[in-house]
Design a protein around this ligand. Structure first.
Ligand SMILES: Cc1cc2nc3c(=O)[nH]c(=O)nc-3n(C[C@H](O)[C@H](O)[C@H](O)COP(=O)(O)OP(=O)(O)OC[C@H]3O[C@@H](n4cnc5c(N)ncnc54)[C@H](O)[C@@H]3O)c2cc1C
Length: 311
């Protein structure tokens, strides 16, 4: 059911002056794949208190409510999303503590809407390592925690002390590292919750060493990954002991195209938007890739990209 006009009025009334709501907002504008139908209400609260209030309102009126980060790991379907998407765009707090005398690490408070690039550059400026793995990984801290984003240099799991989210009742819940249940490209934080901030602990490290690791990672990515096309990074998780890209490439699927969606020629685990792709093109291409890999190798590839919305 789309949002009624009284729900729309209520949402406007619940916002503080810095908050923003856009009704029937096309999500192709908010995803790096550049596909996806409209959401009934895209809401960007300007504070955690405001976010709690809106989350509670949605719960009381049974309005579906989910989180949206930078949209860099999302396939939004063509029919769009019913209800409310809470964007973390305006939650940009980032603070570094003074290191204590007996601890060589610095604690960082980082809100969900801070970009991974901002965290990496601010940490590097202060000679803090531990997040070198973020070189070339887009997204927000909120999305990064849910996905446990990472590369061969590490992942969020390695540096996270605590994650705080908002429950469907609008209450804050703090989870320790072990309670977050981080796994390869995932976590146990329930999809009904909205991550609002995290505390990280970063080790002090020589700035030149940090820069060298990040530069090597970026160079490696540049050589192996597609450029200049809308994409969402790796589409499938690597199955244990193997690589999704290797399996897809072995099936001869590189360059396979359905509508505007293509298995990238540069990297078979990246499905890219080479024209005016629809989400349904990606859905068909995902099906084709999965079926072919299962037939040839008996392995069912699991999606890394999150799918949201209605066909
Ligand atoms: C060019 C490119 C390269 C990439 N390379 C890598 C890589 O090397 N390694 C890697 O791990 N990933 C990579 N990715 C994928 C992506 O960058 C990560 O998954 C990133 O962590 C997603 O963050 P986001 O803010 O964009 O999340 P979104 O795409 O907005 O959301 C992803 C999921 O997290 C949920 N979510 C988002 N924010 C919140 C929140 N505040 N609270 C609760 N749930 C939330 C969403 O509902 C959704 O289910 C790449 C993507 C691109 C486009």
């Amino acid at each position: 059911m789309p949002l009624s006009s009284s729900h729309r009025q209520d949402l406007l009334a619940l916002l503080d002056s810095g908050g923003e709501v856009r009704f029937d907002e096309p999500l192709a504008r908010h995803t790096t794949l550049r596909v996806g139908g409209p959401v009934d209400a895209w809401v960007a609260p300007s504070s955690i208190t405001e976010l709690c209030r809106i989350r509670r309102y949605c719960d009381e009126l049974s309005i579906p409510c989910r989180a949206l980060g930078s949209g860099s790991n999302l396939l939004v379907l063509d029919g769009g999303v019913r209800g409310v998407l809470l964007s973390s765009d305006k939650l940009r707090g980032l603070r570094f503590s003074e290191p204590s005398a007996d601890d060589s690490r610095t604690e960082v408070y980082v809100e969900a809407g801070v970009s991974t690039g901002k965290l990496l550059s601010e940490a590097t400026k202060r000679s803090l390592g531990g997040v070198e793995f973020l070189g070339g990984v887009p997204g927000s801290i909120g999305g990064g925690m849910i996905m446990n984003a990472g590369t061969y240099l590490g992942e969020f799991k390695d540096v996270t002390v605590e994650v705080t989210s908002v429950s469907s009742h609008g209450e804050l819940i703090a989870r320790t590292h072990s309670e977050c249940g981080f796994v390869y490209r995932g976590s146990a934080i329930p999809p009904s919750e909205i991550v609002v901030f995290a505390r990280l602990r970063l080790p002090h490290r020589d700035k030149e060493a940090i820069d060298a690791d990040v530069a090597a990672l970026r160079k490696r990515r540049k050589e192996r990954e597609p450029h200049g096309v809308p994409c969402a990074g790796s589409f499938f998780k690597n199955p244990p002991g193997d690589f999704a890209g290797r399996l897809i490439e072995s099936c001869g699927l590189k360059g396979t195209r359905i509508g505007g969606a293509e298995v990238a020629t540069a990297h078979a685990n990246w499905l890219v938007n080479v024209g005016d792709a629809k989400a349904s093109d990606f859905v068909s291409l995902i099906d084709l890739v999965r079926r072919t890999v299962t037939q040839q190798f008996g392995i069912t590839l699991e999606l890394e990209v999150k799918v949201m919305g209605e066909p």
